[in-house]
Design a protein around this ligand. Structure first.
Ligand SMILES: Cc1cc2nc3c(=O)[nH]c(=O)nc-3n(C[C@H](O)[C@H](O)[C@H](O)COP(=O)(O)OP(=O)(O)OC[C@H]3O[C@@H](n4cnc5c(N)ncnc54)[C@H](O)[C@@H]3O)c2cc1C
Length: 355
C-alpha cells in the first residue's frame, strides 16, 4: 500500500490541513495516498490534539504517563479496526479490555478498546510518520482571493508571522475553533456548515504513594455524577514503581463548565480530594496518609460534541474549503478519524469531477 510519500497520481494543487488531531492526520494520510500534496499545521508541540499525553514529575523518562485527553478509542468501524491492527503491529497500541466499576457497585469488562502504548500519543505519532507536518505553528487567520487561500502563520517562540499560499484548506478541528480562524476575515465562510457545540472537561492528573499494591482497583471508575477515573498505571504499557498509583479524573461537564475560570491549582485541590473520596467510598480503598507525588490539571474547553451532525464532513468545492472533526457523524475519536477520511475522499472526488 502506498505511504503518504508514495502518491498514486501526483497533483500540483497544494492543500493545507490545519489541525493534526485524529481527523487532520487521517485526512492527510488519505490525501497523500491519492497523490494530493498536503502540508499539515498544528499549534501544539506535537500532533494529537485531544489524543494527548503528559508526563508527570518523577524524572525525565520515569514519571507517570497521563492520557489526559481520550484515554482509549472505542473501535466499531471496520476501517478503524484495520488501522488499529496496524498500530498494534507497529507496537504503537494494544487492545485492552478494561474493568469498569459502575455507580451501583457492579463491575463490567469492556469487550475491547484500543489504547496507545506506552501512551495514547504513540497512536498519533504513528499516524504522523511521513507527513509534511509543522508543529508549534498557529494559523492566526485565513483569507481567500482569486489566487486561493492565504494563511497567516505564527511560529512558537517567534514574534514574526509568515504567510503561505494554498489552493485548498481543510479545517480539521471543532467548528467553534475553525470559526475563530476564518470568521474575522470572512464571517459567512462557514454559514453552510453544521453548527456543532462542545462541552468542556477538566482533567486532574495525580500520582499517589499508597504504600502497598492495590490489587482490588478496577481500571476505570464511573461515578453517579458523571465523573470518570482511569487508573493510568493499569493501562497496557504503563509502569510505575510498586506502591504508587497514577490516575486521571475527568470531571463531569456541568462541574467543568461551572469551574470554567478556575485556576489549575484550585481544580487540583478539589478534584484531587474527589479522587481520594471515590477511592474510599466507591472502591473501598482507604489511604490513611496519602502522599501526593504529582498533581496537574488541564482544561479542555471543547472536549466532546453535544449535538453531532449526521454528515461525515463539510466541503465547499467552489471555495476549496472543508471542515472535518469529531462532531461530524459522532462525538468520539473514531468519528474524528472517519471524518478525516470522508473529507479526503470528498476532495479527491471533487477534483476528479472538475478534471
Ligand atoms: C477529556 C476527554 C476524554 C475523551 N474520551 C474519549 C473516549 O474515551 N473515547 C473516544 O473515542 N473519544 C474520547 N474523547 C474524544 C476524542 O479525543 C476526540 O473526539 C478526538 O480526539 C477529536 O479529534 P479531532 O482531530 O477531531 O480534534 P482535535 O483532537 O481537537 O484536533 C484539532 C487540532 O487542531 C489544532 N488547532 C486548533 N486551532 C489551531 C490553529 N489556529 N492553528 C493550528 N492548529 C490548530 C489543535 O492544536 C488540535 O491538535 C475524549 C476527549 C476528551 C477531551
Amino acid at each position: 500500500m502506498p505511504t503518504p510519500s508514495q502518491p498514486e497520481s501526483p497533483s500540483t494543487e497544494r492543500t493545507a490541513i490545519i489541525g493534526a488531531g485524529l481527523a487532520g492526520l487521517s485526512c492527510a494520510r488519505e490525501l497523500g495516498r491519492s497523490g494530493v500534496p498536503v502540508r499539515v499545521f498544528d499549534r501544539g508541540r506535537s500532533a494529537g490534539g485531544r489524543v494527548s499525553t503528559r508526563r508527570g514529575q518523577g524524572g525525565d523518562q520515569t514519571g507517570p504517563l497521563y492520557d489526559h485527553g481520550a484515554p482509549m478509542i472505542h473501535v466499531r468501524n471496520a476501517t478503524v479496526a484495520q488501522i488499529a491492527e496496524r498500530w498494534v503491529e507497529q507496537h504503537a497500541a494494544q487492545w485492552w479490555s478494561p474493568i469498569t466499576l459502575h455507580p451501583d457497585g457492579s463491575r463490567s469488562q469492556t469487550e475491547r478498546v484500543i489504547v496507545g502504548t506506552p501512551s495514547m500519543s504513540s497512536i498519533t505519532q504513528a499516524l504522523s510518520v511521513g507527513l509534511d507536518l509543522h508543529n508549534s505553528v498557529t494559523v492566526t487567520d485565513l483569507s481567500h482571493d482569486q489566487q486561493g487561500w492565504l494563511l497567516r502563520l505564527k511560529h512558537y517562540g517567534s514574534t514574526e508571522a509568515t504567510t503561505e499560499r494554498f489552493d485548498r484548506v481543510v479545517l480539521a478541528m471543532p467548528i467553534p475553533q475553525a470559526s475563530r480562524i476564518i470568521a474575522p476575515q470572512d464571517p459567512s465562510a462557514l454559514s453552510e456548515c453544521p453548527t456543532i457545540s462542545y462541552e468542556p472537561t477538566w482533567a486532574c492528573m495525580m500520582t499517589l504513594q499508597v504504600g502497598e499494591d492495590l490489587c482490588t482497583l478496577p481500571d476505570i471508575v464511573d461515578t453517579d455524577d458523571g465523573d470518570r477515573v482511569v487508573f493510568a498505571h493499569r493501562k497496557p504499557g504503563h509502569t510505575l514503581p510498586a506502591g504508587t498509583t497514577a490516575l486521571v479524573l475527568h470531571a463531569n461537564h456541568a462541574w467543568s463548565a461551572s469551574y470554567r475560570d478556575a485556576s489549575p491549582g484550585e481544580v487540583c485541590s478539589i478534584l484531587g480530594q474527589r479522587a481520594l473520596d471515590i477511592m474510599q467510598n466507591q472502591i473501598g480503598v482507604l489511604i490513611s496518609r496519602p502522599q501526593i507525588l504529582d498533581q496537574q490539571a488541564h482544561r479542555w474547553g471543547l472536549a466532546r460534541a453535544t449535538n453531532p451532525a449526521c454528515e461525515s464532513h463539510w466541503y465547499c468545492p467552489d471555495r476549496s474549503l472543508g471542515c472535518c472533526s469529531d462532531g461530524f457523524g459522532g462525538s468520539d475519536a473514531e468519528s474524528a478519524y472517519l471524518s478525516g477520511i470522508a473529507m479526503a475522499r470528498a476532495i479527491v472526488a471533487a477534483q476528479a469531477h472538475r478534471d
